[in-house]
Write a protein that binds this ligand. Structure first.
Ligand code: NI
Length: 164
C-alpha cells in the first residue's frame, strides 16, 4: 500500500469520465489498497480513483464511526429529497461551497471481491456518495454552485512535503 498524491485543479483527469472496471484484477486491488491508505492520510470522507490520477470507476468512503467502504462501478439507482450542504473537496483545496444534495440515495455496484452490493444511504454518507460518483463523471461540486457567492475561501491547508 502507498499514499499517492491527490490531484488538484486544473488537472484534466478530474474532468474526464472514468472508465468502468471490467476485471477486478491485481492492479485494481492495489489501487483500492492505495485509496484506502491515501483517503485517511489526506483527511477525506471519500475518495474517487481519478483523484489519484487513475481514471477508473472506483470510490472509497470513510464516514466517521463507520467502516471504510469500497465500491466498484457504482451507480445511483434512486435519489430523493433535497437539502443544502456545505461541501469541500480534496482536489479543490482552500474552498468550501454551499450546494444542494439529495436527502437520500440508493446506490448499487460491486465490492472488491466482485460481489453485487446495493443499499440506501442518508445524511453524510449520501452526500459523500453523490460527491464521489460525480468525480467518476468528471463533475466537481463547483459545477453545482448556483452562485459564485456560495463559494468561500477557508484556511489554506498545511504545505505539502513534496514541495510542488
Ligand atoms: Ni472531491
Amino acid at each position: 500500500m502507498a499514499v499517492r498524491p491527490i490531484r488538484t485543479l486544473p488537472d484534466p483527469v478530474l474532468q474526464q469520465r472514468a472508465k468502468r472496471v471490467s476485471s477486478i484484477d491485481g492492479s485494481v486491488q492495489r489501487l483500492i489498497d492505495d485509496m484506502l491508505e491515501t483517503m485517511p492520510y489526506a483527511g477525506g470522507v471519500g475518495l474517487a480513483a481519478p483523484q489519484i490520477g487513475v481514471s477508473l470507476r472506483v470510490i472509497t468512503l470513510q464516514v466517521p464511526d463507520e467502516e471504510p467502504m469500497v465500491m466498484i462501478n457504482p451507480e445511483v439507482v434512486k435519489r430523493s429529497g433535497e437539502r443544502e450542504v456545505s461541501e469541500g473537496c480534496l482536489s479543490v483545496p482552500g474552498y468550501v461551497g454551499e450546494i444542494k444534495r439529495s436527502e437520500s440515495v440508493t446506490v448499487k455496484g460491486q465490492d472488491r471481491h466482485g460481489k453485487s452490493i446495493r443499499f440506501k444511504a442518508t445524511g453524510l454518507t449520501a452526500q459523500a456518495l453523490e460527491h464521489e460518483l460525480d468525480h467518476l463523471n468528471g463533475v466537481l461540486y463547483l459545477d453545482h454552485l448556483e452562485s459564485r457567492e456560495d463559494l468561500h475561501r477557508i484556511e489554506p491547508p498545511a504545505p505539502e512535503e513534496e514541495g510542488d
